[in-house]
Design a protein. Structure first.
Length: 276
């Protein structure tokens, strides 16, 4: 949501006649949100390299024939989109595109409605099967090392999860480590695909994936599965990617995501304490 701010009358606000005498002729006397201006400044941002500064608010106001407060509102929108970064007293700076906006949308859905987890896995099926096939075709040694590192963490967590002598605190810590490594695995596969846009989308899923993996872990156990066989499913995907077996890498990822969907359905169907 874009919050529209209005200029409040104040004895310190420069009068229109004084503004005109300074040579500036704004279209409006308030800092109203102007979607057209946002688009124009965004077009400008997209021509500039990351890390470079935009023109000052005064220069932008003069260029586009608006007042500085309207420019300021437009810059707030671009900052919210993750395209620029602003700090008081300094010019806005072009930033690397951020996945925060998309991330918050997906996270909101899955936290409010458990059934949205099934929609998420459908989106993942559309993206990650392709991600696995591209990774099998394109992965560099560095990409393979990143995927393998997440598997090492998962395997270490499995050791604790399967240890009957582990304390409740150790079990929960291992479970969280397993799930975080699981997220890293899928993000690393996307990065290994060599498709930056695909990797960016998967990165945006991070918070939602942690929620989904927590739910599917419970569902997997309800279906008689274990952390070890979940680890083995990921290991199999990696081995096909490492061996550049495009067909089996994608098939293995598809099978894994189909199992995840079944785990989520089991989790959603399970009774909850205190609910009838």
């Amino acid at each position: 949501m874009v919050i529209v701010s209005k200029l409040v009358s104040s004895p310190h606000v420069t009068s229109p006649s004084k503004v005109e005498s300074l040579g500036a002729v704004p279209k409006a006397s308030t800092g109203d949100f102007d979607p057209g201006l946002v688009s124009k400044i965004q077009d400008l941002v997209q021509t500039l390299p990351v890390g470079s500064s935009l023109p000052s608010e005064a220069d932008l106001a003069q260029r586009f024939g608006v007042n500085r407060l309207t420019v300021r509102e437009a810059l707030k929108v671009l900052s919210g989109r993750g395209l620029t970064e602003s700090s008081q007293g300094r010019r806005a700076v072009v930033t690397e595109p951020s996945s925060d906006v998309i991330s918050s949308i997906f996270a909101s859905y899955v936290h409010r409605d458990p059934s949205a987890l099934l929609e998420l896995v459908e989106v993942r099926q559309a993206l990650e099967v392709r991600s696995a096939s591209l990774a099998a075709a394109r992965a560099t040694r560095a990409g393979l090392i990143a995927i393998e590192a997440s598997l090492t963490t998962m395997k270490q967590a499995v050791t604790t999860l399967n240890d009957p002598g582990a304390s409740a605190e150790e079990f929960e810590a291992a479970r969280l480590n397993f799930q975080r490594a699981d997220v890293n695995f899928h993000e690393s596969v996307a990065l290994a695909s060599g498709n930056k846009m695909l990797a960016h989308v998967l990165e945006a899923f991070e918070d939602s994936l942690l929620r989904a993996f927590d739910a599917s872990f419970d569902g997997h156990l309800l279906r008689g599965g274990s952390a070890f066989d979940a680890y083995e499913a990921h290991l199999k995907i990696f081995e096909f990617i490492e061996n550049k077996d495009v067909r089996n890498a994608s098939a293995s990822m598809r099978k894994h995501l189909q199992q995840s969907e079944k785990d989520l359905r089991a989790y959603i169907a399970a009774p909850r304490p205190g609910l009838t």
